[in-house]
Ligand binder design. Structure first.
Ligand SMILES: [Zn+2]
Length: 232
């Protein structure tokens, strides 16, 4: 009985197209933050292949008060292993979780049923594990999006596709520019900056970025903080 009730609640929470929502449906992703009186940027971190890397960002939020948006690919164990710290940081409002699919399929070419399943499975993982509803924010895998994908995602309540304008690297190619070099270029007011928790950064690399943020009189904010709680 309990399982049935749980399934019902998940299904009910997934059926979320609100009256009037389609009339003002979005046709393109967001790339930057709205204007504000303070200098701020969104530090967004994707995937979560490396548990060590995920942990380093959680520690950054906890110990250095950086507000981060983590786009979760829910098949990676790091999102379960760090449950206690993630729960604490969510409760403190220091991190936000976004939907980055179950297993990182390219949604721009996948069949509709696969797109729905990829988004829905990640959605349900976050709901079951954290009691957390990541809607309306999702990040298209590989940054590949189509108007059709945006429409399908919106039908599941994921009405805000999030792209980026600047990167702190994917960590895979260490001969590329350092995180700090990239931060110098991209940590700028109103930017949404993409980063990845797939390969651990070098020692203190993230702290150097925090020093730069502070030196520039900026702060990192979650997307919810920047856009407000009712943004759709
Ligand atoms: Zn990704």
């Amino acid at each position: 009985m309990e399982l049935d009730r749980k399934s019902f609640l998940l299904a009910a929470s997934a059926a979320i197209v609100l009256p009037g929502q389609e009339a003002q449906a979005r046709t393109s992703p967001i790339y930057q933050l709205p204007e504000s009186k303070t200098k701020r940027f969104a530090w967004t971190i994707d995937d979560g292949v490396s548990n060590t890397a995920v942990k380093s960002y959680l520690d950054l939020a906890e110990k250095y008060n950086q507000h981060l948006t983590l786009f979760v690919t829910s098949c990676y164990p790091s999102w379960r292993k760090n449950k206690s710290q993630i729960s604490d940081l969510l409760a403190q409002g220091k991190i936000q979780l976004g939907n980055h699919t179950l297993s990182h399929r390219d949604l721009s070419t996948a069949a509709d049923a696969i797109v729905r399943n990829q988004l829905q499975q990640c959605h349900e993982f976050l709901l079951e594990t954290y009691g957390y509803d990541a809607r309306p924010y999702f990040r298209p895998t590989y940054g590949y999006w189509t108007k059709h994908l945006i429409k399908l995602a919106a039908e599941l309540g994921y009405t805000v596709p999030v792209m980026w304008y600047g990167t702190l690297g994917d960590g895979y190619n260490r001969s590329q520019k350092s995180t700090l070099e990239l931060a110098h270029k991209w940590v700028v007011n109103r930017r949404i900056v993409i980063d990845h928790a797939n390969v651990p950064k070098g020692p203190n690399e993230l702290l150097r970025v925090v020093e730069l943020i502070n030196k520039r009189g900026m702060r990192s904010v979650t997307l919810r903080e920047a856009f407000g709680p009712n943004y759709r």
